[in-house]
Design a protein around this ligand. Structure first.
Ligand code: NAP
Length: 287
C-alpha cells in the first residue's frame, strides 16, 4: 500500500507553527499585514482570495482586501501597488492572477517590491532561486518540498522528473529539487519519449494541466508521485451530476504502483496557502 501524502494535515501543521511564530513576533511588537488585490470578480479567484483572508486571520496577521472592478486601468492598479510598496504597515502584496486582458501581467509582477512579493514571482526573487540567494519562492513548489520532507521522502541523489515548465510551478519546482540535490529532468510538450523519461523517475512531479494524463505506464514501480493538477470533472453520483476534483494523474490506476502519492483533493492544493502564509511571516522578519 502506498503512503498517501496528506497535504491537509501537513498544511495545518505548518499553519499552526506559523501561528505560534506570529504570536512570538507580536510580543516583540512586530505585526504583519498582507494586501490582496483582485481585479474583476472571477468566482474562482474570489474563492482563493477569501481563503487567503481566512488563513491570515488564522495565523494572526492582518489582511487588506482590494476588490477592484474589471474596468480598472493598468495605471490605477500600478498606482495602488506603488502606494502599498511605500506603506510600512504592509509587508506582503499579492495580485490575484489572472488579471483582465487589458492589464500587462508582467508589468504588474515587476512593480511589486521584491521585499513584499510573497508570491515569489518577481524576477529578482526568481533570480535568487536560480543563484541560491535568499528570496521568496513560489508557494506551490515550496509546498511540495515541504510535503516530501515532512513525509520523510529522501530527495538527495534521487532522479526527479518534473513535467511542466511554467514560471509558477514547473521551473521553480525543478530549481528547488536541484537545490535539494536531486538529479532533475524537466519535461514539456515538446519532450520526446515522455513515458520512458517518466519511468526513470524516483520522484515524478506532474504539473501538466491535463486531467488524468499520467497512467500507470508512465510510473516506475515504487516511485513517489506528486500531482499538482486540479480539474473539475462532472461525475454522476446517485443519479445526480456533481462536480468532482481530479488531478493530472490517474490516481486509481497509478497509486498501487507507487511508494507514496498525493491525492487530489487534499494533496498539493492545501499547501499553496500554507506556504503563502510562510512567506508572509518571513516578510515580517526580513532585514
Ligand atoms: P501551464 O502553465 O498550463 O503549464 C503546463 C505545462 O505542461 C507546460 O510547460 C506544458 O509544456 C506542459 N505540457 C502540456 N502538455 C504536455 C504534454 N502532452 N506532455 C508534456 N508536457 C506537457 O500549467 P501550470 O500553471 O504549471 O499548472 C499545471 C497544473 O497545476 C494545472 O492543472 C493547474 O491547475 C495546477 N495548479 C495547481 C496549483 C495548486 O495549488 N495545487 C497551483 C498552480 C497550478 P509547454 O511549456 O511546452 O507548453
Amino acid at each position: 500500500m502506498p503512503q498517501i501524502i496528506d497535504g491537509k494535515r501537513i498544511s495545518q501543521e505548518i499553519k499552526d507553527e506559523l501561528k505560534e511564530k506570529v504570536a512570538a513576533l507580536k510580543e516583540q511588537g512586530i505585526e504583519g499585514t498582507l494586501a490582496v488585490i483582485q481585479v474583476g470578480n472571477d468566482p474562482a479567484s474570489s474563492v482563493y482570495v477569501n481563503n487567503k483572508k481566512k488563513a491570515c486571520e488564522y495565523i494572526g496577521i492582518g489582511s487588506l482586501a482590494y476588490e477592484l472592478p474589471e474596468e480598472t486601468t493598468e495605471e490605477e492598479l500600478l498606482a495602488l501597488i506603488e502606494k502599498l510598496n511605500n506603506d510600512d504597515k504592509v509587508n506582503g502584496i499579492l495580485v490575484q492572477l489572472p488579471v483582465p486582458k487589458h492589464i500587462d501581467e508582467e508589468k504588474i509582477i515587476k512593480t511589486i517590491s521584491p521585499e513584499k512579493d510573497v508570491d515569489g514571482f518577481h524576477p529578482e526573487n526568481v533570480g535568487n532561486l536560480v543563484t541560491g540567494g535568499k528570496g521568496f519562492v513560489s508557494c506551490t513548489p515550496a509546498g511540495i518540498i515541504q510535503l516530501l520532507k515532512r513525509s520523510n521522502v529522501t530527495i538527495e541523489g534521487k532522479n526527479c522528473v518534473v513535467i511542466g515548465r511554467s514560471n509558477i510551478v514547473g521551473k521553480p519546482m525543478a530549481l528547488l529539487m536541484l537545490r535539494e540535490n536531486a538529479t532533475v529532468t524537466i519535461a514539456h510538450s515538446k519532450t520526446q519519449n515522455l513515458k520512458e523519461i517518466c519511468k526513470q523517475a524516483d520522484i515524478l512531479i506532474v504539473a501538466i494541466g491535463k486531467p488524468r494524463f499520467i497512467t500507470a505506464d508512465y510510473v516506475k514501480e515504487g516511485a513517489v508521485v506528486i500531482d499538482v493538477g486540479i480539474h473539475r470533472e462532472p461525475k454522476e453520483v446517485d443519479g445526480k451530476v456533481v462536480s468532482k476534483l481530479c488531478g493530472d494523474v490517474n490516481y486509481e490506476e497509478v497509486a498501487e504502483h507507487t511508494s507514496a502519492i498525493t491525492p487530489v483533493p487534499g494533496g498539493v492544493g492545501p499547501m499553496t496557502i500554507a506556504m503563502l502564509m510562510n512567506n508572509c511571516v518571513e516578510a515580517m522578519t526580513r532585514e
